[in-house]
Structure formats: structure tokens, C-alpha cells
Design a protein around this ligand. Sequence first.
Ligand code: FAD
Length: 237
Amino acid sequence: GFNMLEKLGHTISQPNPSIVPLTTDEEWVHSLAGSTLSFMTIRFIQNGKVKVKKTGKILFTHFGISGPLILNSAHEVKKMLASGDVTASIDMFPDTEENELERRILNLFDKNKNKLTKNVLPEILPSSFTETILTLPDINLSEREVNSITKAQRKKLVKKIKNLTFEITGTLGFDKAVVADGGVILKEVNFKNMTSKLYPNLYLLGDILNINRPSGGFSLQLCWTTGWVAGSDMGEK
Ligand SMILES: Cc1cc2nc3c(=O)[nH]c(=O)nc-3n(C[C@H](O)[C@H](O)[C@H](O)COP(=O)(O)OP(=O)(O)OC[C@H]3O[C@@H](n4cnc5c(N)ncnc54)[C@H](O)[C@@H]3O)c2cc1C
């Protein structure tokens, strides 16, 4: 469609996957496939600066991360990737300060001194995440009894739960994108009846238009609304 329109003289802003899952090479992320975190904050960081920050639900997959929150971050993250490396940082307790989380973990450890850490932590963390976090190479506390954990190791664990990082490598691309941005530039469209300003009998609707939108029904709304306006115009002509 875009090729045909370009040949007809329309200007096309080149499409890019927009609402699309994000990928990472980190195997611990892949190992969580099917797990969700219902309330967390994710930050996308570049050159030490937080450029995107969102709070909500995240879905882990065999290739990376997805779910509405991630799909709606993908447009900005893709732009970041075009200018360098992007690190994702998940805070699993966005409403709890680091000191407070440490106090909670300390209380938990005090009550369960002789148990294995991996059997204790699920009291405050989703169990699928407990094993993953405890077996990360820089944590490595899964098979340790709580009483053998040093203060430094405990602090490191708290920091990890508040700042679980991994590199974003890209997006799943057009095949898995819900929508792409790009399309016919809007100054070439007559929005009163959705016709082309170059060809009064050519209607330009829905995904053909260069309108970037988040997930949540906005794309279907766009194609229905523009379709209704065009259909009404055709009926009148
Ligand atoms: C997996 C997935 C999930 C989605 N979920 C949602 C959602 O939950 N909410 C939401 O709002 N949006 C969602 N979308 C996006 C939404 O479906 C689209 O934005 C919407 O369908 C676009 O409608 P359209 O009529 O503009 O284009 P399309 O639905 O793509 O229709 C274009 C039609 O033109 C035909 N066509 C193409 N070229 C030619 C040609 N040369 N000659 C003749 N016919 C041609 C195509 O076969 C197609 O039937 C989703 C999309 C995908 C892929």
C-alpha cells in the first residue's frame, strides 16, 4: 500500500514497528517466560540517564519482555536504541524505600535463621523470581542457610531486588508488532472526509496514516472512525 501511494506522489514517513515486545539476550529473563510482575517500575536507561520510566505490569517471555506497559514503551525505547545501548532496570518494590525493604528482609531472616534462603524469600517475592534472583552469578545465595548470609550480601540482595538490570537488544520486529508507526504524512490528507489532497476520490484510512498511538484500542478506533467518516462522504457523493 505504501509503495503504491508513494508512486502516486504521496509522502510516506517510513514505518517502524511501534507497539512491539522488547528483546534481551539475558538468559535469566528468558527463564522467567510466562511469569508476570503485577506491580513494578521499569526504567530504560541510556548513558546513565533514565529516559523512560513506567509503573505497572510486566510479562516475561522466552525472548524478553512484553505486556501492555512494555508495548507502550517500545516506541521510545526503539528511538533510544538507535542512538546507543539501553539498559532496563526493574524495581520490584517501587513503593518501598531501600532501607524499609532491608528492614523487612532482616525481620524475615531473623525468624528463619536456619532455613535455606530459597525457602524463605518467597514470603516477600513471587516464587518464580526468588530462584532466578538468588542464582544470579553476583548473588548466588540460593543454597545458603540464612544464618550464613553476611550483611554485605544482604545489602547486595536488597539492591538487586530494587535494581534488576538487563540490556535491551531490540524489538521483535514487524512480524510481531501490533502496529507500526509511519504512513502517509498528515498534511496530505483532508480530515473532513479522509480523502487524499492529491486525489479527491482516494480515501486514506487507519494504518495508512502517519499517526502514532499507544495500545488500548486506539488503532481500531482510528480505523473505525476514519472508515466511518470516509463511508459517510462516499454516501453523500
Ligand atoms: C496481533 C495484533 C493485535 C492487535 N490488537 C489490537 C488491539 O487490541 N486494539 C487495537 O486497537 N488495535 C489492535 N491491532 C491493530 C489493529 O488491528 C489495526 O490497527 C487495524 O486493523 C488497522 O485497520 P486498517 O483497516 O487500517 O488496516 P487492515 O486491518 O490491515 O486492513 C487492510 C486490508 O487491506 C488489504 N490489502 C492490503 N494491500 C492490498 C492491496 N494491494 N489490494 C487489496 N487489498 C489490500 C489487507 O489484506 C487488509 O485486509 C492489532 C494488530 C495486530 C497485528
